[in-house]
Design a protein around this ligand. Structure first.
Ligand code: ADP
Length: 259
Protein backbone atom coordinates (compact mmCIF):
# COMPACT_ATOMS: atom_id res chain seq x y z
CA UNK A 1 0.00 0.00 0.00
CA UNK A 2 1.60 3.32 -1.00
CA UNK A 3 2.63 5.44 1.93
CA UNK A 4 2.44 2.62 4.44
CA UNK A 5 5.85 2.02 5.90
CA UNK A 6 4.92 -0.21 8.81
CA UNK A 7 3.34 -3.61 8.44
CA UNK A 8 1.16 -4.36 11.45
CA UNK A 9 1.14 -8.07 12.14
CA UNK A 10 -0.50 -8.13 15.55
CA UNK A 11 -0.99 -5.47 18.13
CA UNK A 12 1.99 -6.57 20.14
CA UNK A 13 4.25 -7.79 17.37
CA UNK A 14 7.75 -6.29 17.45
CA UNK A 15 7.63 -2.64 16.47
CA UNK A 16 9.99 0.23 16.85
CA UNK A 17 7.28 2.15 18.67
CA UNK A 18 6.36 1.84 22.34
CA UNK A 19 2.95 0.28 22.79
CA UNK A 20 0.51 1.38 25.45
CA UNK A 21 -2.06 -1.15 26.63
CA UNK A 22 -4.71 0.03 29.09
CA UNK A 23 -6.08 -2.59 31.46
CA UNK A 24 -9.67 -1.80 32.37
CA UNK A 25 -12.66 -3.25 34.14
CA UNK A 26 -16.18 -2.04 34.69
CA UNK A 27 -16.12 -2.88 38.38
CA UNK A 28 -13.56 -2.78 41.16
CA UNK A 29 -12.32 -5.88 42.91
CA UNK A 30 -12.34 -8.14 39.87
CA UNK A 31 -8.54 -8.54 39.91
CA UNK A 32 -7.49 -5.92 37.37
CA UNK A 33 -4.45 -4.79 39.36
CA UNK A 34 -3.42 -8.36 40.13
CA UNK A 35 -3.64 -9.26 36.46
CA UNK A 36 -1.76 -6.13 35.34
CA UNK A 37 1.10 -6.80 37.76
CA UNK A 38 1.39 -10.46 36.86
CA UNK A 39 1.19 -9.86 33.12
CA UNK A 40 3.94 -7.26 33.46
CA UNK A 41 6.15 -9.72 35.35
CA UNK A 42 5.40 -12.53 32.88
CA UNK A 43 6.13 -10.29 29.88
CA UNK A 44 9.37 -9.05 31.48
CA UNK A 45 10.31 -12.72 31.96
CA UNK A 46 9.75 -13.19 28.23
CA UNK A 47 12.29 -10.46 27.51
CA UNK A 48 9.94 -7.52 27.01
CA UNK A 49 10.91 -4.18 28.51
CA UNK A 50 7.79 -3.40 30.45
CA UNK A 51 6.58 -0.39 32.39
CA UNK A 52 3.49 -0.20 34.59
CA UNK A 53 1.59 3.02 35.19
CA UNK A 54 -0.68 2.73 38.21
CA UNK A 55 -3.47 5.00 37.01
CA UNK A 56 -5.76 3.89 39.81
CA UNK A 57 -4.93 7.21 41.44
CA UNK A 58 -7.37 6.98 44.36
CA UNK A 59 -6.67 3.33 45.14
CA UNK A 60 -3.15 2.53 43.97
CA UNK A 61 -2.04 -1.04 44.63
CA UNK A 62 0.83 -1.68 42.22
CA UNK A 63 3.53 -0.78 44.75
CA UNK A 64 2.31 -3.51 47.09
CA UNK A 65 2.09 -5.95 44.19
CA UNK A 66 5.31 -5.18 42.34
CA UNK A 67 7.70 -3.33 44.58
CA UNK A 68 7.60 -4.47 48.21
CA UNK A 69 10.93 -2.66 48.70
CA UNK A 70 9.00 0.56 48.04
CA UNK A 71 11.48 2.44 45.88
CA UNK A 72 10.89 6.14 45.30
CA UNK A 73 11.04 7.56 41.79
CA UNK A 74 13.67 10.19 41.07
CA UNK A 75 12.89 13.31 39.11
CA UNK A 76 14.97 15.18 36.56
CA UNK A 77 13.40 18.59 36.36
CA UNK A 78 9.72 17.80 35.93
CA UNK A 79 10.37 14.37 34.45
CA UNK A 80 9.87 11.37 36.71
CA UNK A 81 12.16 8.39 36.44
CA UNK A 82 10.26 5.16 37.17
CA UNK A 83 11.41 2.73 39.84
CA UNK A 84 12.90 -0.51 38.53
CA UNK A 85 11.27 -3.21 40.66
CA UNK A 86 12.97 -6.46 41.62
CA UNK A 87 10.84 -8.31 39.05
CA UNK A 88 12.33 -6.35 36.15
CA UNK A 89 9.30 -4.12 35.72
CA UNK A 90 9.49 -0.32 35.77
CA UNK A 91 6.80 1.26 37.89
CA UNK A 92 5.19 4.59 38.63
CA UNK A 93 2.36 4.93 41.14
CA UNK A 94 0.90 7.67 43.30
CA UNK A 95 1.61 5.37 46.24
CA UNK A 96 5.33 6.06 45.69
CA UNK A 97 4.80 9.78 46.07
CA UNK A 98 2.17 10.04 48.80
CA UNK A 99 2.59 8.95 52.39
CA UNK A 100 1.08 5.50 53.00
CA UNK A 101 -2.47 5.50 54.36
CA UNK A 102 -3.17 9.13 53.34
CA UNK A 103 -6.34 9.64 51.32
CA UNK A 104 -5.87 11.15 47.88
CA UNK A 105 -8.76 13.62 47.81
CA UNK A 106 -8.16 15.26 44.45
CA UNK A 107 -10.47 16.69 41.89
CA UNK A 108 -10.37 15.76 38.22
CA UNK A 109 -7.75 18.26 36.97
CA UNK A 110 -5.16 17.19 39.56
CA UNK A 111 -5.77 13.56 38.76
CA UNK A 112 -5.24 14.39 35.08
CA UNK A 113 -1.94 16.09 35.92
CA UNK A 114 -0.75 13.12 37.95
CA UNK A 115 -1.60 10.76 35.10
CA UNK A 116 0.18 13.02 32.61
CA UNK A 117 3.34 13.12 34.75
CA UNK A 118 3.39 9.34 34.94
CA UNK A 119 2.69 8.83 31.23
CA UNK A 120 5.29 11.42 30.22
CA UNK A 121 7.97 10.03 32.53
CA UNK A 122 11.34 8.84 31.27
CA UNK A 123 10.41 5.25 30.38
CA UNK A 124 13.81 4.68 28.72
CA UNK A 125 13.77 1.76 26.33
CA UNK A 126 10.47 0.29 27.61
CA UNK A 127 8.64 -1.14 24.59
CA UNK A 128 5.36 -1.78 26.40
CA UNK A 129 3.50 0.23 29.02
CA UNK A 130 0.61 -1.42 30.85
CA UNK A 131 -1.74 1.10 32.40
CA UNK A 132 -3.75 -0.12 35.40
CA UNK A 133 -6.88 2.02 35.05
CA UNK A 134 -9.32 2.65 37.87
CA UNK A 135 -12.59 0.74 37.53
CA UNK A 136 -15.43 2.32 35.60
CA UNK A 137 -15.60 5.10 33.06
CA UNK A 138 -14.54 8.33 34.80
CA UNK A 139 -12.00 11.18 34.57
CA UNK A 140 -8.84 9.10 34.43
CA UNK A 141 -10.19 6.92 31.64
CA UNK A 142 -11.23 9.96 29.62
CA UNK A 143 -7.85 11.67 30.03
CA UNK A 144 -6.12 8.43 29.17
CA UNK A 145 -8.16 7.90 26.02
CA UNK A 146 -8.11 11.47 24.78
CA UNK A 147 -4.58 12.49 25.64
CA UNK A 148 -2.59 9.29 25.40
CA UNK A 149 -4.62 7.18 23.01
CA UNK A 150 -3.57 3.66 24.05
CA UNK A 151 -2.81 1.18 21.29
CA UNK A 152 -5.16 -1.32 22.87
CA UNK A 153 -7.34 -2.15 25.84
CA UNK A 154 -7.43 -5.34 27.86
CA UNK A 155 -10.64 -5.98 29.78
CA UNK A 156 -10.81 -7.96 33.02
CA UNK A 157 -14.05 -9.32 34.39
CA UNK A 158 -15.37 -12.04 36.64
CA UNK A 159 -17.68 -14.56 34.96
CA UNK A 160 -20.81 -13.19 36.59
CA UNK A 161 -23.51 -11.11 34.92
CA UNK A 162 -23.14 -7.95 36.95
CA UNK A 163 -19.42 -7.65 36.36
CA UNK A 164 -19.94 -8.49 32.70
CA UNK A 165 -22.52 -5.76 32.21
CA UNK A 166 -20.06 -3.28 33.69
CA UNK A 167 -17.26 -4.70 31.56
CA UNK A 168 -19.41 -4.16 28.48
CA UNK A 169 -19.72 -0.50 29.47
CA UNK A 170 -15.94 -0.24 29.74
CA UNK A 171 -15.60 -1.88 26.33
CA UNK A 172 -18.05 0.62 24.88
CA UNK A 173 -15.94 3.51 26.20
CA UNK A 174 -12.91 2.17 24.33
CA UNK A 175 -14.99 1.55 21.22
CA UNK A 176 -16.20 5.15 21.26
CA UNK A 177 -12.58 6.30 21.39
CA UNK A 178 -11.66 3.84 18.63
CA UNK A 179 -9.22 1.96 20.86
CA UNK A 180 -9.04 -1.69 19.81
CA UNK A 181 -9.84 -4.24 22.50
CA UNK A 182 -6.95 -6.72 22.54
CA UNK A 183 -9.00 -9.21 24.51
CA UNK A 184 -10.98 -10.21 27.58
CA UNK A 185 -9.68 -12.10 30.60
CA UNK A 186 -11.94 -13.95 33.02
CA UNK A 187 -10.66 -13.80 36.59
CA UNK A 188 -11.90 -15.68 39.64
CA UNK A 189 -13.21 -18.41 37.36
CA UNK A 190 -13.71 -21.58 39.34
CA UNK A 191 -12.52 -22.59 42.80
CA UNK A 192 -11.10 -25.88 43.99
CA UNK A 193 -11.85 -26.52 47.66
CA UNK A 194 -8.49 -27.11 49.39
CA UNK A 195 -10.20 -29.46 51.86
CA UNK A 196 -12.34 -31.74 49.73
CA UNK A 197 -10.86 -31.05 46.29
CA UNK A 198 -14.24 -30.44 44.72
CA UNK A 199 -14.53 -27.69 42.12
CA UNK A 200 -17.21 -24.99 42.26
CA UNK A 201 -17.91 -21.71 40.46
CA UNK A 202 -18.61 -18.97 43.03
CA UNK A 203 -18.99 -16.32 40.31
CA UNK A 204 -20.26 -18.58 37.53
CA UNK A 205 -18.18 -19.77 34.63
CA UNK A 206 -17.57 -19.01 30.98
CA UNK A 207 -19.37 -15.65 30.98
CA UNK A 208 -16.39 -13.66 29.73
CA UNK A 209 -15.58 -16.11 26.97
CA UNK A 210 -19.19 -16.03 25.79
CA UNK A 211 -19.25 -12.22 25.97
CA UNK A 212 -15.98 -12.04 24.01
CA UNK A 213 -17.48 -14.25 21.31
CA UNK A 214 -20.69 -12.20 21.17
CA UNK A 215 -18.79 -8.90 20.98
CA UNK A 216 -16.24 -10.23 18.50
CA UNK A 217 -13.22 -9.83 20.76
CA UNK A 218 -10.44 -12.27 21.57
CA UNK A 219 -10.67 -14.31 24.77
CA UNK A 220 -7.20 -14.44 26.31
CA UNK A 221 -7.82 -16.89 29.13
CA UNK A 222 -9.09 -17.41 32.64
CA UNK A 223 -7.51 -17.38 36.08
CA UNK A 224 -9.18 -19.39 38.86
CA UNK A 225 -10.03 -18.06 42.29
CA UNK A 226 -7.05 -19.35 44.20
CA UNK A 227 -6.03 -18.35 47.69
CA UNK A 228 -2.36 -18.75 46.74
CA UNK A 229 -2.77 -15.83 44.31
CA UNK A 230 -4.17 -13.58 47.03
CA UNK A 231 -1.55 -14.59 49.59
CA UNK A 232 1.35 -14.17 47.15
CA UNK A 233 -0.02 -10.81 46.01
CA UNK A 234 -0.35 -9.54 49.58
CA UNK A 235 3.28 -10.34 50.26
CA UNK A 236 4.64 -8.68 47.12
CA UNK A 237 5.51 -11.97 45.40
CA UNK A 238 3.62 -12.00 42.11
CA UNK A 239 2.87 -15.63 41.19
CA UNK A 240 4.08 -14.88 37.65
CA UNK A 241 7.61 -14.45 39.05
CA UNK A 242 7.70 -18.19 39.82
CA UNK A 243 7.21 -21.29 37.78
CA UNK A 244 4.13 -22.23 39.77
CA UNK A 245 0.68 -23.44 38.77
CA UNK A 246 -0.64 -19.94 39.46
CA UNK A 247 2.21 -18.31 37.54
CA UNK A 248 1.43 -20.41 34.49
CA UNK A 249 -2.08 -18.97 34.19
CA UNK A 250 -0.62 -15.50 33.81
CA UNK A 251 2.20 -16.69 31.53
CA UNK A 252 -0.41 -18.23 29.21
CA UNK A 253 -2.32 -14.96 28.98
CA UNK A 254 0.92 -12.98 28.45
CA UNK A 255 1.85 -15.39 25.66
CA UNK A 256 -1.50 -14.86 23.94
CA UNK A 257 -1.12 -11.13 24.29
CA UNK A 258 2.08 -11.20 22.28
CA UNK A 259 0.73 -13.41 19.51
P1 ADP B 1 -9.09 -4.67 41.16
O1 ADP B 1 -7.80 -4.09 40.67
O2 ADP B 1 -9.98 -5.12 40.05
O3 ADP B 1 -9.81 -3.77 42.13
P2 ADP B 1 -7.43 -6.47 42.70
O4 ADP B 1 -6.43 -6.93 41.70
O5 ADP B 1 -7.01 -5.42 43.67
O6 ADP B 1 -8.76 -6.00 41.97
O7 ADP B 1 -7.97 -7.77 43.45
C1 ADP B 1 -8.90 -7.68 44.52
C2 ADP B 1 -8.55 -8.74 45.57
O8 ADP B 1 -8.77 -10.03 45.03
C3 ADP B 1 -7.10 -8.72 46.01
O9 ADP B 1 -7.05 -9.04 47.38
C4 ADP B 1 -6.44 -9.82 45.19
O10 ADP B 1 -5.32 -10.40 45.83
C5 ADP B 1 -7.57 -10.80 45.06
N1 ADP B 1 -7.53 -11.59 43.82
C6 ADP B 1 -7.49 -11.14 42.56
N2 ADP B 1 -7.51 -12.16 41.68
C7 ADP B 1 -7.56 -13.31 42.42
C8 ADP B 1 -7.60 -14.72 42.11
N3 ADP B 1 -7.62 -15.13 40.85
N4 ADP B 1 -7.63 -15.59 43.14
C9 ADP B 1 -7.64 -15.15 44.43
N5 ADP B 1 -7.61 -13.86 44.78
C10 ADP B 1 -7.57 -12.94 43.80
Amino acid sequence: VPGVTEVRVGLMADKPKRRIVAVGSGKGGVGKSTLTANLAVALAGMGRKVGVVDADIYGPSQVMLLDPARGRPRAEGKTLIPVESEFGVRLLSMAQLIEGGKAIAWRGPMVGQALTQMMEADWGDADLILVDLPPGTGDVQLTMLQKFKPDGALIVTTPQDLALIDATRAIDLFAQAQIPVVGLVENMAGYICPHCGEGSDPFGRGGAEAAAATLGHAFLGRVPLDMAIRVASDTGQPPAANDSEQGRYFAGIAQKLTE
